[in-house]
Design a protein around this ligand. Structure first.
Ligand SMILES: *Cc1c(COP(=O)(O)O)cnc(C)c1O
Length: 455
């Protein structure tokens, strides 16, 4: 009994990176270190076919079928990442993320090719302008390896959809003539797959645009191909500060000595590092795995940024969890571990609704004098509202005066008093009929014309 408890504890606490430095499948035992540690060697020796993967993994029939199906997203595994996979167990959380299975050919309700409606939000190809002050630049369709649940599987991996210099020109031109854009995200595909000079060219051009204040790079190269993070790349990136980087991490076992070295190089170059994690069934849908991952990330100076609900995208059906699983995970983190080790759980909503944060409920009730809360332990407590609050006065605030003429949108417009209602589509049609027929009986004050949500 005693020994069983001890081993339980060992498995639920910090999972040490199970791989000593330089771990590799015996298949590559004879490769000289300088080749193994060269990212170009890793890229040119990627595994893609049933025969390739069969050399390092005991493939299941589901996996062989998935690999043989050419319709969907390509499989390209770096030998480095392939070496981290469990050879005999298809349930390995790293293996599930990258080895295709026949299950990704299954459809599901609400499945979409472009679940975030990015193409409709692209004023020029590969530039997604969804939010007022920031835009997403897709600069390549190539990645070091391909995540099976990819939200951009409609374009990623295909050589046909490759972005090139004439796309960059159009994207940069749009950014240059849109002064509201102060934050540009470079993504793809994986921007760190571009030739270094090409990436530098894009960064230089962005830096020449005066209204672009910050640039961010979204990448998974530090996980699939940590060798790519070398002195020369990092020195180049550091010339374009303020530059931020978000790295896609899903599981504690992705954190190897190679990955630690890559993150240290980036952090030492002054690049603030964030993580983006996708909640995936059978990979990380477990509060203990997530807590372990988040702790290991902050030890590498990577600040957990977003935890994403899995998108309703083609191929990802079997990876989806209920939204409630994410809430449960945040419940297990908030209060239990450092605040900066807790990502914001978001659902990136269909139709281009954007990222919507979802949280456990901490506010239980409220009066004009008291707010009632519960904490992570279930302790119920109150905050007493101030009896006399002199409200902030926008008329005398220099910041508010600067923004007086700017149009407020959405709920912020309701709170500022610029509008009193937001009306769903078709509302006026239905309710004008009501107004004419029975308004008196219902005591409804008809909405003023400028309150309408349909202007
Ligand atoms: C996620 C995303 C952003 C950035 O959102 P933040 O909340 O600022 O990180 C910008 N544009 C698009 C299209 C996005 O999907």
């Amino acid at each position: 009994m005693k020994s069983r408890q001890a081993s339980n504890r060992a498995s639920s606490e910090e999972i040490p990176a199970e791989s000593p430095p330089g771990v590799r499948s015996p298949v590559w035992a004879d490769v000289p270190d300088h080749e193994w540690n060269d990212w170009r060697w890793q890229l040119t020796h990627r595994l893609r076919s049933v025969a390739d993967l069969g050399r390092v993994l005991r493939l299941t029939p589901e996996e062989s079928e998935g690999l043989a199906a050419t319709r969907h997203l390509r499989c390209d595994l770096t030998p480095y990442f392939a070496s981290l996979l469990d050879r005999d167990n298809a349930a390995c959380p790293l293996r599930r993320q990258v080895v295709p299975t026949s299950r990704e050919l299954e459809g599901f309700d609400a499945m979409m090719a472009d679940s975030l409606n990015e193409d409709a939000h692209s004023p020029v190809p590969g530039l997604v302008h969804r939010y007022p002050d920031r835009a997403l630049m897709l600069v390549t369709t190539q990645c070091a390896s391909y995540c099976r649940y990819c939200t951009r599987s409609r374009m990623v991996g295909s050589a046909a959809g490759q972005f090139g210099p004439k796309h960059y020109e159009a994207q940069l031109d749009y950014i240059a003539r849109t002064p509201a854009l102060r934050d540009v995200l470079i993504s793809g595909g994986d921007p760190l797959m571009l030739a270094q000079g090409t990436l530098e060219g894009i960064l230089r051009r962005l830096r020449e645009i005066p209204h672009v204040e910050v640039v961010r790079i979204g990448t998974r190269a530090p996980v699939f191909l940590p060798q790519r993070i070398d002195e020369s790349l990092v020195a180049m990136l550091a010339r374009y500060h303020p530059l931020w980087m978000n790295i896609h991490f899903n599981h504690p076992r992705e954190i190897t000595p190679e990955v630690q070295r890559a993150c240290a190089l980036l952090a030492n170059a002054g690049i603030p590092l964030g993580s983006q994690t996708v909640l995936l069934a059978g990979v990380n849908d477990c509060p203990n795995i997530m807590r372990n991952l988040m702790r290991q990330l902050v030890r590498m100076r990577v600040r957990p940024y977003y935890l994403y609900q899995c998108d309703e995208v083609e191929g990802a059906g079997h990876f989806r969890t209920p939204v409630g699983k994410g809430v449960e995970i945040i419940e297990a983190l908030r209060g239990h571990t450092s605040g900066f080790a807790i990502p914001t759980f978001v659902v990136d909503t269909p139709g281009g609704g954007g990222k919507i944060p979802v949280q456990p409920q901490y506010q239980i009730s409220q009066s004009d004098r008291k707010v009632v809360f519960r904490n992570y332990e279930g302790f119920v407590t109150t905050y007493t509202e101030p009896p006399r609050y002199v409200p902030h006065d926008p008329a005398t605030c220099p910041e508010c005066r600067k923004h007086r003429s700017s149009r407020k949108e959405g709920i912020a417009a309701l709170l500022s008093g610029a509008r009193t209602t937001l009306l769903p589509e078709g509302y006026r049609r239905t309710h004008q009929r009501l107004t004419n027929l029975r308004l008196g009986a219902l005591h409804i004050v008809p909405p003023k014309k400028d309150d309408s949500g349909e202007d």
